[in-house]
Design a protein around this ligand. Structure first.
Ligand SMILES: NC(=O)c1ccc[n+]([C@@H]2O[C@H](COP(=O)([O-])OP(=O)(O)OC[C@H]3O[C@@H](n4cnc5c(N)ncnc54)[C@H](OP(=O)(O)O)[C@@H]3O)[C@@H](O)[C@H]2O)c1
Length: 268
């Protein structure tokens, strides 16, 4: 397959780029650097020109992902996450390629025991709102795929944003935010199994745990000196409303990422 990865310098995008390049012809973009094709999604002409190079699959991982940043500057978050979607979908529509759009568990409000693909979306922060808006644009086309992910953790080829935290002396981590985090290396193989699907699929890890528990187990495994500081909704920085319980399940497939101990064996 010929695959285009938008956002191939990022945490998730660079891992997908590396893995897919083992078996496919892959082109990756960023806004500059890393030897990737330089494309800003706001440049509709450049996006159209790139997409016209005929790909079977376009995997869209680019945009504003920092919840606090999106909450502080909604206009910038919408400009990055929603505005480029219509021209991108138009350009893809002219080629017959399939779009795989990465979305998030933050489309849910965190009040239910768990969420499957049919659950009602009700975002409580700007980041989640932008992802709902983008999902709607993608889902207006029958053959594209929205993939909702939980917190993703692990090592990534070009972005050290998860592991870099363990160099800090103290890492605040919420005891009251729970999800089933996904180990990054498990995403590409699962995605490869699901690329014929359309609509919405959830991909998540096998274990449900709090942010505090995840960070503590990773810290212990790495033997990092960082102190994991327990926080909750009363003591944490109030940068953004955050859903508390985001347990994602799938009614469309049985694939999951590994439990945390299995994932950690790979992480030192
Ligand atoms: N990380 C997670 O835990 C997580 C959880 C759930 C869902 N997701 C979803 O997974 C996707 C990737 O997340 P991530 O954590 O890998 O994000 P990331 O590390 O911040 O990477 C984002 C990528 O987007 C690119 N980008 C940002 N604005 C752009 C623009 N205007 N034009 C072109 N490229 C732009 C960045 O490239 P440059 O800066 O190099 O230009 C970078 O490659 C997102 O859709 C996110 O919603 C992530």
């Amino acid at each position: 397959m010929r695959i285009l990865i938008l956002g191939a310098s990022g945490f998730v995008g660079s891992a997908l780029h590396a893995r897919f390049a083992e078996n496919h012809e892959v082109v990756g973009t960023s806004r500059g650097g890393h030897g990737l094709v330089p494309v800003d999604l706001a440049d509709t002409g450049a996006v159209r020109e790139l997409v016209a190079q005929r790909f079977d699959l376009v995997v869209h991982t680019a945009g504003v992902v920092d919840l606090g940043a999106a909450q502080r500057d909604p206009a910038a978050a919408y400009a990055a996450n929603v505005a480029p979607m219509v021209p991108l979908l138009d350009a893809i529509g002219e080629t017959g390629a399939k779009l795989v759009y990465l979305s998030t568990d933050n489309v849910f409000d965190g009040t239910a025991d768990h969420y499957d693909e049919n659950a009602t979306r009700a975002p409580i922060n700007v980041y989640g709102e932008t992802k709902v808006a983008a999902e709607d644009l993608v889902l207006a086309h029958d053959h594209h795929l929205v993939v909702r992910l939980p917190l993703v953790y692990g090592r990534s080829p070009l972005s050290n944003k998860f592991l870099a935290r363990f160099a800090s002396r103290e890492i605040p981590a919420r005891t009251d935010i729970v999800c089933n985090p996904l180990h990054l290396p498990s995403l590409a193989p699962i995605l490869e199994e699901l690329t014929d699907e359309s609509g919405v699929v959830h991909i998540a890890g096998a274990e449900t745990l709090s942010r505090y528990e995840l960070m503590t187990r990773v810290r212990d495994h790495l033997a990092a000196p960082a102190r994991i500081v327990p926080t909750d909704r009363l003591t944490a920085a109030q940068d953004c409303p955050r859903p508390l319980r985001l347990v994602m399940r799938s009614i469309r497939h049985t694939l999951t990422g590994p439990d945390v101990d299995t994932a950690l064996a790979d992480l030192r």
